[in-house]
Design a protein around this ligand. Sequence first.
Ligand code: OGA
Ligand code: NI
Length: 364
Amino acid sequence: MAASNTQQNYDKYSELKAFDDTKAGVKGLIDAGITKVPKIFIHPEALENNPSNPKTTHSNFPLIDLQNIINNKKEIVKQVQEASETWGFFQVINHGIPVSILDGMLHGARRFHEQDVDIKKPYYSRDVARKVMYNCNFDLFSDKALAANWRDSLYSVMAPSPAKPEELPETCREITIEYSNQMMKLGYTLLELLSEGLSLKPNHLKEMGCAEGLGILCNYYPSCPQPELAIGTSRHADNDFFTVLLQDDIGGLQVLHKDQWVDVPPIHGTLVINIGDILQLISNDKYKSLEHRVLANKIGPRISVASFFSTGPFASSRIYGPIEELLSKDNPPKYRATTMKDFFEYSNKKGLDGSSNLSHYKII
Ligand code: OGA
Ligand code: NI
């Protein structure tokens, strides 16, 4: 038994390695004309989610209009608070980023992934010290990963100490810089709303450094010949303070709401906001970091761009624990404090294995 197990693991490793060495990602498999999903991508979560398993479309997925934020602040704060407590997810319209920049960012991400593979190869890496890297599955070789995800990604650190312009791929350089500048502004607006939703002063979360770090992840989900066997992104919660997601009109993103997978409907011009693990931790469970996933699809490619707000990956030794102002005798801290460095190292090593990052820090 042990011997056959070893054999199996060995085969899996060599298959992963051979695939990784192509540096061409899932896109490379499609370009080569495959018609079957290779074994390394066959994911148990996809089998669970075949059509005989009903999924819910929810007409009440929160949509918040940020128009007139100055005059309408109280109402908007209330909506943000409710959505963050119950869904951990909401969409925003009239967020201030021109639709042309959103569309431009999606096009830029697509241009990067669809250019000649030889131009992409120098960016292929899993070295977390790099400010710009392209790869297929950051956790491809993690023992705990159940199977590889059907997506390729380009990750760029945009704050603090951003990648130098010349380090960014030319195909999406200008738009990534412009999008990031706009995203930082929106990030601070959202932090104000989120702070007030916790009855803290408007700049509380900003002063804690919750939007100092920005990482931009451009995801490319090629069409999948057997979507019932693979998963675009396996279930996970984000390991940041909060995430702003831009998705095209194909769909496939789902949120685990009250034990049901619910579709996040694509609406052109909107952005999807979700609470990340660290904000759940510092809010002592008031705001929820919900699990989400992306289904594989025959229709593709699907493009999405995730903006992760953090303190900046491995730099920070600042300590984060439940915010004092939120604690009382009846609401003691539910988590031990951690540094961002520790949290990132833990979650990065663990990979998207379907388990929670937060349970590692939970005390009650
Ligand atoms: C992520 C993520 C969703 C999407 O990258 O963390 O959840 O729609 N992406 O690509
Ligand atoms: Ni995510």
